[in-house]
Ligand binder design. Structure first.
Ligand code: ADP
Ligand code: MG
Length: 658
């Protein structure tokens, strides 16, 4: 009993090109039974390929119905049609349509990849099929290394990969020499003998003569349909080799196990990788934008971090918890020099406040220093014995003056490094007497050089007891400033407020202002933060430009590879498979680009450290995580449109492109 397999009723196919509508098939009625070997013949342009594409679900009828095993194709989703192409039909094209960058074995495996067959099984099957078709020694060859006949045999193996219940061969011998053509025909007949249903399109009557049934098409109409009598048939069409139509082909392919999904993802990843490696130059150029963008972002953030860390360190070196008290209302108070509001007794009063750890006045005046034949002008700071503690300074040699010196208005002096270098370049200054203006003082110590971003690095500064400065030099009882070291555990802001209140009450008016080193620190951190933000913005712009570059290249890539997409769809790739492949490709390009960008940024930091000793780039894990996330996002965002375009293609349109 013959089993109806494919059934066309009133099928029309109308192509629209612009305003024009061309009807290529004019209402075809056709039934094809299981196990038949059908030849469709007709002149070139009669509509054979159009009919074949409809039969193979690559194309849809414009009108009429097409039922497969009783199921109307109109009711099927595109994924179900893909499943049919993948598992049920096996397409053989005149021009083979192999993927040029994959070897024979990999080409054969493609339908199985989309079907979710395991690695091992897939490789085994493809090897067996190629062996069966006499290509056992050619599995690693690229299509370009194979003859036409061999390529066609690879494409037959591909058609059989998932079973190939119904073999659709569109002029399979058309591009082959006679000998290879005969071989291919022989294979098709063998497949028929093994139970496959074979539909063969040809314009050669001698080839058609091998079929049990010959259908002739002319100008889109079936003009004859001749079946040989059963005696004439060479084989029993009921014979099968276990390739029964699976229970329900549609349902089976809707089941998606996690394993199969993962496998398809893995394969899509592999294919994306192969595509990238095959087009190395293009991939690298695409990456360039991302590499530069990511490198810029990471480097700038690292540089900003390094800068703010350095500034922070420098400031902590000065002693973070100090508050300076100045006479006047604020910086730049013109009368500040004349305002004489800070007095020595303020100093004594402050000393006993809870929050004060140490306190030192500063009485400043300029003078010319003399020693031996040297002469230079510098600054004299009259300070207390606590100054060195309050300011967090260190002695290079000698000692600082003590309470006794202060009390006794001693003529002792501690030099800074600049002064020492100026006056005592080759000798030990301790014990020498230097003239500060007209005041001779004994050098008792030298301070270490102070690393500070704030001025005063080049001028000479010496420290004497403030009592000496007042009594022996300035003659005034007023102080230039008072510096308070805040006790640990007290916040600067609170201490600042308390000092202001305390002195306001003492003086009966607010005639001083304070400045906390903490606020300086914060201001500087804020400034470097702003800088980082600014440069990061520029870097982000370059990232976006890079992303657009990726999108452009991917769009070109999709156009360039339309044929590949068509082939993949013809052998059963779902739209989602295509989307996935191109998306993965875009993400991979961006991720690898991002990784290279981070590497380059490390390279930059190494070069930077060779030239700039005083600070280094500090990489924060956060900026690196952000960079990686960023490049992935660029891949997704800018890869989506091209990938979507690729997936939207109609299989038949894609295949038609060269
Ligand atoms: P055959 O395979 O028998 O040589 P085809 O089925 O390829 O013929 O084409 C049948 C007719 O349909 C031809 O006249 C061809 O020009 C036309 N045709 C095929 N594809 C398209 C298309 N995409 N758009 C417009 N016309 C087409
Ligand atoms: Mg054709």
């Amino acid at each position: 009993m013959k089993q109806l397999l494919l059934s066309l009723r009133g099928v029309k196919r109308i192509y629209t090109s612009g305003e024009q509508k061309i009807e290529v098939l004019h209402g075809i009625d056709l039934d094809i039974y299981k196990g038949e070997l059908v030849a469709i013949i007709g002149a070139s342009g009669s509509g054979k390929s159009t009919l074949m594409n409809i039969l193979g679900c690559l194309d849809k009828p414009s009108e009429g119905s097409y039922e497969i095993d009783g199921v109307s194709t109109q009711t099927l989703y595109s994924d179900q049609l893909a499943a049919l192409r993948r598992n049920y039909f096996g397409f053989i094209f005149q021009r083979y349509h192999l993927l040029t960058h994959l070897n024979a074995s990999s080409n054969v495996e493609i339908p199985a990849i989309y079907a979710g067959t395991g690695n091992q099984e897939r490789r085994e099957n493809s090897r067996k099929l190629l062996e069966r078709l006499g290509l056992g020694d050619k599995t690693e060859h690229l299509p370009s290394q194979l003859s036409g006949g061999q390529q066609q045999r690879v494409s037959i193996a591909r058609a059989l990969m998932n079973g190939g219940q119904v073999i659709l061969a569109d002029e399979p011998t058309g591009a082959l020499d006679t000998k290879s053509g005969k071989e291919v025909l022989g294979i098709l007949k063998e497949l028929h003998a093994n139970g496959h249903t074979v539909i063969l399109v040809t314009h050669d009557p001698s080839i058609a003569a091998h079929a049990n049934r010959v259908i002739e098409i002319r100008d889109g109409n079936v003009i004859s349909d001749v079946t040989k009598t059963s005696e004439e048939q060479e084989t029993d069409s009921t014979q099968t080799d276990g390739q029964e139509l699976h229970g329900n082909i549609f349902e089976q392919n809707l089941i998606r196990s996690f394993g199969a999904t993962f496998l398809r993802f893995k394969e899509a990843f592999k294919m994306a990788w192969i595509a990238m490696v095959t087009h190395r130059m293009r991939t690298l150029l695409t990456m360039l934008g991302i590499i530069i963008g990511i490198m810029a972002v990471v480097s700038v953030v690292a540089l900003g971090n390094g800068a703010s860390q350095k500034v922070t360190n420098d400031i902590s070196a000065i002693g973070t918890n100090t508050i300076s008290i100045y006479p006047g209302k604020d910086w730049g108070d013109m009368r500040a020099n004349k305002i004489q509001t800070l007095k020595v007794n303020d100093l004594d009063a402050l000393k006993y406040q809870d929050y004060v750890d140490g306190v030192s006045p500063t009485v400043q005046t300029g003078a010319t220093f003399h020693y031996d034949s040297f002469e230079a002008s510098g600054r004299i700071s009259g300070v207390s014995e606590q100054f060195i503690k309050v300011k967090g300074l260190k002695l290079a040699n000698g000692r600082f003056f003590d309470e006794e010196h202060v009390k006794n208005i001693a003529q002792v002096v501690v030099l800074d490094q600049n002064t020492r270098e100026k006056f005592f370049p080759y000798e030990d200054p301790i014990g020498k007497v230097i003239l500060l203006g007209s005041l001779p003082c004994v050098v008792i110590g030298v301070l270490e050089k102070q690393e500070s971003p704030f001025g005063g690095q080049d001028n000479l500064e010496v420290y004497i007891p403030y009592t000496s400065a007042i009594a022996r030099i300035t003659g005034s009882r007023y102080l230039s400033s008072i510096t308070v070291k805040v006790k640990d555990g007290w916040s600067n802001a609170v201490a600042e407020q308390l000092i202001t209140n305390f002195l306001t009450i003492r003086h009966g008016a607010k005639d001083v202002f304070t400045n906390s080193s903490d606020t300086i620190l914060k201001t500087i951190q804020k400034t470097t933060g702003t800088m980082t933000l600014l440069v990061s913005c520029i870097a982000v712009i370059s990232l976006i430009v890079g992303g657009i570059g990726v999108m452009n290249i991917m769009l070109v890539s999709v156009t360039e590879r339309t044929k590949e997409i068509g082939i993949r769809m013809a052998v059963g790739a779902r739209k989602s498979d295509i989307l996935q492949q191109f998306l993965i490709e875009a993400i991979l390009v961006c991720l690898i680009g991002g990784f290279l960008g981070i590497m380059c940024s490390y390279g930059v930091s190494i070069i930077f450290s060779l030239f700039v000793q005083s600070m280094s780039m500090v990489f924060s894990p956060l900026s690196i995580v952000a960079a990686v996330t960023c490049s992935t996002l660029i891949g997704v965002v800018f890869g989506y449109i091209p990938a979507k375009n690729a997936a939207k293609l109609d299989p038949i349109d894609a295949l038609a492109r060269e």
